[in-house]
Design a protein. Sequence first.
Length: 342
Amino acid sequence: MITLKNIAASADGTRSQGQNDVEILLAGLRRDMRPASPVETPVEGRRCGLIAIVGKPNVGKSTLLNALVGQKISITSRKAQTTRHRITGMHTVGATQFVFVDTPGFQTRHSNALNRSLNKTVIGAVGDVDLILFVVEAGIFNQADAKVLSLLGKGIPTLLVANKLDVVHRRADIAPWLQDMQQRHAFAEFVPMSAKNAKDVDRLLGICEKFLPEQAWWYAADELTDRSERFLASETVREKLFRLTGDELPYTSTVVIDKFEEEAGRGKQKRLLRIAATIVVERDSHKAMVIGDKGERIKRIGTETRVELEKALDCKVFIEMWVKVRSGWADDEARVRSFGYE
């Protein structure tokens, strides 16, 4: 379990423009994911609930999760389908504990075993929560957005989170767009915002709080995610892989952790993590791409992964990496499961 004590802060508190316009605009207008037993804290005065973050690929769901939690727990990149697992992030402030679930972007373009697994994760996440954040790009609604919206039932309150408001040039266009969105679904509230704006994020937390039931917290106040350090290591390698290969490498590449061993520190020395990771690709040409000229790219992937993990986990890290070709793995359901996908 990763807590505030062993992960580095990374929320971006950049202020965006047009806050007054947004406030004027707004004037008119929970099963298997939960812990087996809640943390024993008094119920009176406390709130806790499960909030699913859903949307098509690349609308900023992971960036939003990191901002809401206040720490980086979900990897980000410009490549679609960067998030492939259900990531749970917790944020406890005052008497309220928010439990957020970041989901993969719902994939409509390809129907291989990997994408079917990812879509199953999305559908499973929205069935038993207290609140849904339906994330779209402000001013945009297309067929991919409509497909995700069609998955949302009417029994769970849903907020329309119009993200990336900071890149909208004509704020006057947002009002008619919101009116159109109001006809598409009975949203509980509309929240135009930027996940990069700390004031917007605080405002969203305040809105979410109203929909959470009074009950005991499920986690300790300093817990940030239910994911393990091993999982964080795998995701960090994958993030660096995608960031350093750009659009050259197909999104079907993945990372498998072969070894994750911890050695206690001696005296004032920090503990040591020994990690062995395999990057799995589908073609020999992809393998060459990951390795790079004279091994420079894979060396850089390893270095950037080590630096980030050492900072996040407050330890020393030794990491080895290999690249293996597994042709057609993304359309092989057994192999998809063996690589850790649900």
